[in-house]
Design a protein around this ligand. Structure first.
Ligand code: BG6
Ligand code: MG
Length: 218
């Protein structure tokens, strides 16, 4: 049977956590008198914690000490984790379990490819950890998306060539990373934002099993 490597981003693809990252960054920005818009937040999606804070400071024209930088990163993560603590499997995005289970039924290798350092506890909390053959997250990479590193490592773990991998992403940086890795990119979100993706869907309810079969047999 044909096998493809299926790689999923986490935040905004598997779970509805993008809103919590936004809230935590917004509060953080406010606390240091920087305005932070939805449009700017779009540019932070898929981007690592360090890079995100660097960008916010750049937008606000602020330079700060290393100590303050570290403490702000800690503050943001503490608030984010306080949101996550209340999370339930209700926050798994629509039809994600159906797609994962179909891929498992079809014996397709599945990996996570996320920038988050909180990926494992989040997947554990929503009871999806066991669905993945490999987990590659922010603890395993040195280069942030749009660099393809995270997806290339995931492909290695799945023992698949990059061109035989398919990436599901909700961020512009992630779609670019998948394209650079020479993988098929599937954008989950808005067409205007994710226009660089090979395919774009609003969410997984639009992805039926026959489309997945098509990807497997491509
Ligand atoms: C990405 C999110 O998945 O992970 C970003 O889209 C986030 O918003 C990044 O900053 C890092 O996550 P964490 O959990 O390590 O702060
Ligand atoms: Mg994401």
């Amino acid at each position: 049977m044909t096998k493809k490597g299926f790689i999923f981003d986490l935040d905004g693809v598997i779970v509805d956590t993008a809103k919590y990252h936004f809230l935590a960054w917004q509060n953080l920005a406010k606390s240091i008198d920087i305005d932070f818009t939805h449009e700017q937040n779009e540019q932070l999606k898929g981007v690592s914690r360090v890079k995100s804070l660097e960008k916010i400071l750049e937008w606000g024209n602020k330079t700060i000490s290393e100590e303050l930088f570290a403490s702000l990163m800690g503050k943001k993560n503490d608030e984010y984790l306080s949101f996550i603590a209340k999370m339930t499997d209700q926050e798994i995005l629509p039809d994600v379990p159906r797609v994962l289970d179909y891929l498992i039924e079809k014996k397709q290798p599945i990996s996570l490819g996320s920038a988050s350092k909180n990926a494992r506890p989040i997947l554990d909390k929503v009871n999806l950890l066991s669905k993945f053959d490999a987990i590659v997250d922010g603890n395993d990479v040195s280069k942030a998306k749009p660099d393809p590193e995270v997806f290339l490592i995931a492909a290695q773990h799945l023992n698949m060539k990059p061109e035989d991998c398919i990436v599901f992403e909700d961020s512009v940086a992630g779609v670019q990373a998948a394209n650079t890795a020479n993988m098929i990119s599937i954008g989950i979100g808005e067409k205007d934002v994710l226009h660089e993706a090979d395919y774009i869907f609003s969410d997984f309810t639009e992805i039926d099993n026959s489309f997945i079969d098509k990807l497997i047999n491509k």
